[in-house]
Structures are given as C-alpha cells and as structure tokens.
Write a protein that binds this ligand. Structure first.
Ligand SMILES: [Fe+2]
Length: 316
C-alpha cells in the first residue's frame, strides 16, 4: 500500500492564453490542447491541467473565485485504490471515472483524487558534476549552464486552510500520509505520501482568518544551477518572481517561486532532504521560511529592466 506521488494539479484559468504560455515557458511539455483545456507534463509524466472557467467537468472551487480545483495522488495498486475508496465513501461522496480514478472533496473543500499511476523511472538526469577541495568530479570539462528548466516532477503542493486539524486527520490518519515536521501551536504541517520520500509532498498552513487559499506547487529540477539558470530564463520571458531564489531550512531545499497567473505560485526546487521511517518529526517553534532569500529574483548584468521595491515582493 503506497502512494507514488503527486500525479496532477488542475486549475481553472482566468485567461487560457496566458496560462498556456506560462506553463510552456515553465518548461513543461504540452501534450494536449483543445477548447476544453490543456495538459502539460513533467518529465516523469505528472500533469498540470488548465481548463477555461466555463468548463463543466471540474470539481467546485473550495472558495468562490478560487482557481485551484483538484490534486490527484498516484497509487501503486488496485487494492490500495479500493481501500481508499472504501475509507472515503464512508463519510463523503466519491465519484469514479471509467479508468478507476476516484474524486472527492477533502475536509476543507479541496478537490482531491486518487488513481493508479506508475511514474516513469528510466530517466537519465545526472546532476552537474561538482569540484571541491577533496573531490574533483569534473576534470578538463566546463560545468553545465542551463538556459531552460525542464521540471522532472511535482514534488509538493501547499495550501492555507481554516481547519488544519481536520486536514491532518484526513491525510495522515485516514489516508496514511506521514508527518515530517510541524510548526508548534498548530501553525503548519509538512506531510509526505510515503515513508521513504522527499521531506514533504503536502504542506498546509493554518489560516487564522479562516480563509482557504491555494499556496504553491513545487517542481523538482536537477540541481542548484537549474534553479538559478531556469529561473533567470523564466524571468527573462517576463514572468514575475514571488520570492527567491533562496534556501529553506526545513527540507534544506533551494527554491525560487514565481507568481502563477491562475493563482498562488509555482516553485523550482532542488536538493530536498530525503527521509525514511527513521526520521523524527520536529516541532519548530518559529516560522523558518528561509535560511536566506532574495526578494525579487536575480538581475543578470544584461537585464536593464527596473525591479519593484523590496516591500512589493516576497509575500509567501
Ligand atoms: Fe515549496
């Protein structure tokens, strides 16, 4: 019984033309595009789906005007999928597609689904070779410079929610996600969908004001140079930084967040902690968003565009 990761994220798009360009420029491969929406794939085959606001075949928004509509988690076996169906059908409506994909709403009204999914595993994606004082991996060879990020997979998704306790019960206690870390006082939780996994696949922050908000989806790239090079290339295409680049103390990952025209943000990340059954969750007493971060991207020497003031950036 195991989840195989985050398979898809579905948005309704206020402007389909802008959304199509955004996810293509992000480095995803567009695999279908018609009047009912467009599908973009990461390298392992996970999907971003965008549909026009008028599309009927979408779960309802958790809050009026919200454009996040659904996340679908991959499951490794039919028996696990059947267990999930039985568990969730006990207290909510669960619909089943022809291919067996389950759809329902979670306790905060977020669309969530489950389907059989085996991510592509035969990818050859070596990181940049590193030279250090004690080890030389790269000899008589110039290093890698990335002119475009090509996201490998969606590593995690995040939300701001009014009922974090109910969310924890649903994903951890009923579905079997694992707790990786939390903020003291119930301010936020970091969950992972398998015992052996990147530090988190689902990040949820408590909203004091009772708002439900989609926060971000994070896309893994090969190494720190792809975060920087891919981010610079995406910035040059005219897309705005939300915050970054920088480094998270929780998960240790490098990040760079950009504003998503559908809503919230998307993130390039790399070098996350990898944890197992032996990992002991922490109870962090302070908000530890970053070890360091830039508020508004990197300004390469050939970039003459003005940058917004520091106070205008970095809302995350
Ligand atoms: Fe993230």
């Amino acid at each position: 019984m195991a989840f195989t990761g985050l398979y898809s994220v579905l948005f309704s798009a206020p402007d389909m033309k802008v959304a199509r360009k955004f996810f293509s420029d992000w480095g995803l491969k567009k695999v279908s595009d018609n009047r009912n929406g467009a599908v973009f794939k990461t390298q392992i085959g996970s999907e971003i789906i965008v549909k026009p606001l008028s599309a009927k075949d979408m779960p309802p928004p958790a809050r009026e005007g919200m454009n996040f509509r659904e996340m679908v988690w991959g499951v490794s076996s039919k028996s696990h999928l059947a267990e999930i169906h039985k568990e969730l059908a006990s207290d909510r409506d669960v619909t089943v597609d022809k291919d067996g994909t389950l759809h329902c709403l979670d306790p905060n009204g977020l669309g969530v689904g489950f389907r059989l999914w085996k991510p592509k595993e035969d990818l050859k994606l070596p990181r940049t070779k590193i030279n250090s004082y004690s080890e030389q991996e790269r000899v008589d060879e110039v290093s890698t410079f990335y002119e475009q990020a090509k996201p490998i997979r969606m590593g995690h998704i995040g939300f701001v929610l009014p009922d974090l306790k109910a969310a924890e019960k649903f994903y951890k206690d009923r579905l079997g996600f694992w707790l990786s870390d939390r903020y003291a006082g119930g301010a936020a939780i970091f969950l992972r969908c398998a015992a052996k996994s990147q530090h988190h696949n689902l990040f949820m922050i408590w909203s004091k004001e009772g708002n439900t908000r989609y926060h971000h989806t994070a896309f893994e790239v090969r190494d720190i140079h792809e975060v920087f090079g891919g981010g610079i290339a995406f910035d040059k295409k005219g897309w705005a930084t939300e915050v970054g680049p920088g480094r998270h103390p929780i998960s240790s990952a490098y990040f760079w967040y950009f504003k998503n025209p559908c809503e919230g943000a998307v993130e390039y990340f790399t070098d996350s902690d990898y944890v197992t059954e032996d990992w002991k969750p922490h109870n962090y007493r302070i908000n530890r968003f970053s070890e360091w971060h830039l508020v508004d991207g990197i300004k390469p020497p050939d970039d003459k565009r003005p940058r917004p003031s520091m106070s205008a950036a970095g809302k995350l």
